[in-house]
Design a protein around this ligand. Structure first.
Ligand code: GLN
Length: 548
């Protein structure tokens, strides 16, 4: 069978959860035995999200092959459990970049270069890149909202795509909002009608309409939407708010979404029965909470939790496996020192310092990891998080006064973290980092090797600075254990302390590889260590009760 395509667009409002809906559908189709891959087309002009402020756009998700991509790709990977690629995310900026480069090379042979056909052809080429013999279905999410100026070339490309490859190979899904208006006590379909009409103006007739709402949409309303939007009633799917995001595939399955998608794509649903046992079990595990831990995540973008989305998910995944609810306390790095001794800080069972760039909040992060080191509190440092651990250790244990990362203080007497292999080209800040998957060798018998159950591991990277080999020996003499390094021994990839239950830093971003049903070993180890702290705290509280 040739590869088939599902296009997911959104209308009425942004933040409707297109990415989660698309990912959930991907999971359901995988449960039916299809080989699925996913892709996101983003209508903004940045060539990739790598240069965007996480506060505006959320985290940058890194793929195995070093793509700096939209955070929705993280959802895709976590739901469909497949690694994606650089090519799984394309932006208007990258599409224009390719077309303009071709124009400069003279590839268009003197023709006038236009949005149609040149930009739309390039969009279609990007979509087709994902097609190969091992893919049954490609799900393509279009960022932005129907009605935006930026989205127009994408809709035109989608329209042409179906015409080019045949009707039975394409399914258009449109996600809309059905708001509940309290004064009239009614759910309203008008925004959906308008949005479907707007899509039709671009020549795309939705095959399926997924209606987001806080309450289920009754049959009568589905009938109305079916009539006014010209789709069969089975094509109107109610998508209510879920308690946890991993429940969404089950809710959509109950609504018959995957069944109907099969029909649109010309597959007999009975010939591809769904096996959702694994996913149902996962949800049961998520619901069966027996323990709780409170983890402080110390960062500078904590007002937008999406900036650390994969870290938060990886913590939760680790919790799922040990029936533990992970409550995250988002701590503003600049406020850490003021919190020492406060009830809020005392209640923490562990601290995570995630990745980051620039100077703001760094001293707070150094103080946080130092506190965790001294109080034997589990602490996990990710990339910049490892850097601040090294700086803390250098300053406070190895007695290198004024030690710092050269990223923050280029004149420090002890640049324990420094720029090693990449030189920054200030005229092009894109893709200049150590990006993507790299192998590390772990020391047998170390904490990290025990957690991974392996001495050769591979993790994704996104950074320019590294532990400076000039100071490695001094740090090791002072007790820091460099428990993982690059195969050539030059780069330190993991650090830990012998006498601490969990004070581990990694130069990589293990959070990108965690899956809901397969938590990452480091996060699992961290949550288990935090659970021990929480249990000891409970024990102390009970003792106090008994004494009183
Ligand atoms: N800013 C640091 C570097 O460039 C760390 C990056 C990160 O945490 N991802 O090396």
């Amino acid at each position: 069978m040739p590869t088939k395509y599902i296009f997911v667009t959104g209308g009425v409002s942004s933040s409707l959860g297109k990415g989660l809906t698309a990912s959930s559908l991907g999971r359901l189709l995988k449960c039916r035995g299809f080989k699925v891959t996913m892709c996101k087309l983003d209508p903004y002009l940045n060539v990739d999200p790598g240069t965007m402020n996480p506060f505006e756009h959320g985290e940058v998700f890194v793929t195995e092959d070093g793509g700096e991509t939209d955070l929705d790709l993280g959802h895709y990977e976590r739901f469909i459990d497949e690694n994606l690629y650089k090519d799984s995310n394309a932006t208007t900026g990258s599409i224009y970049q390719t077309v303009i480069a071709k124009e400069r090379r003279g590839d268009y042979l003197g023709k006038t270069v236009q949005v149609i056909p040149h930009i739309t052809d390039e969009i279609k080429r990007r979509i087709s890149l994902l097609e190969n013999e091992s893919t049954d279905i490609v799900i393509v999410e279009i960022g932005g909202t129907v009605g935006d100026i930026e989205i127009v070339p994408f809709l035109e490309a989608l329209r042409q795509f179906r015409r080019d490859i045949g009707r039975d190979r394409v399914c258009y899904i449109h996600l809309t909002l059905v708001p509940y208006l309290a004064p009239s006590g009614e759910q309203k379909t008008k925004p959906t009608q308008h949005s479907v009409t707007e899509l039709r103006t671009a020549g795309v007739q939705a095959d399926i309409i997924v209606c987001r709402s806080d309450k289920p949409i009754p049959e009568s309303l589905k009938n109305k939407i079916s009539l006014l939007c010209d789709v069969p009633i089975q094509a109107v799917v109610s998508a209510i708010d879920a308690d946890n995001i991993y429940e969404i595939p089950l809710l959509l399955h109950q609504e018959g979404l995957d069944d109907y998608v099969c029909k649109v794509l010309g597959y007999d649903p009975l010939a591809h029965p769904p096996d959702i046992t694994g996913w149902t079990l996962l949800n049961r595990r998520i619901e069966s909470v027996e323990h709780r831990v409170k983890i402080g995540v110390v960062g500078k973008y904590v007002n937008l939790c999406d900036a650390y989305l994969s870290v938060a998910e990886a913590l939760r995944h680790a919790g799922f496996e040990c029936s533990t609810k992970v409550d995250i306390d988002w701590i503003q790095a600049e406020e850490v020192q003021d919190l020492f001794g406060s009830a809020r800080f005392d209640e923490l069972d562990g601290i995570v310092v995630p990745g980051g760039f620039g100077e703001r909040g760094v001293e707070g992060k150094i103080a946080a990891v130092g506190y965790a080191r001294q109080h034997l509190l589990p602490c996990l440092g990710l990339c910049l998080g490892m850097h601040v651990m090294v700086v803390d250790y250098a300053r406070n244990v190895a007695k290198m006064a004024g030690a710092h990362s050269a990223e923050v203080d280029p004149t420090t007497p002890y640049p324990v973290i420094d720029l090693l292999q990449t030189q920054v080209d200030v005229t092009d800040m894109g893709g200049t980092m150590r990006l993507g998957s790299y192998i590390a060798h772990l020391t047998a018998g170390s904490q990290v090797a025990d957690m991974y159950g392996n001495t050769v591991v591979s993790e994704r990277h996104r950074h320019r600075y590294e532990l400076n080999p000039r100071y490695r020996h001094l740090l090791e003499e002072a007790g820091l254990i460099c428990s993982g390094q690059s195969p050539d021994g030059r780069l330190v990839e993991f650090i830990e302390l012998g006498e601490h239950p969990f004070w581990i830093g990694t130069q990589a971003h293990p959070e990108f590889k965690s899956r809901p049903d397969r938590p990452h070993p480091l996060f699992r180890g961290f949550v288990l260590a935090a659970k021990t702290v929480a249990e000891a705290r409970m024990g102390r509280l009970i003792d106090v009760d008994v004494l009183q």
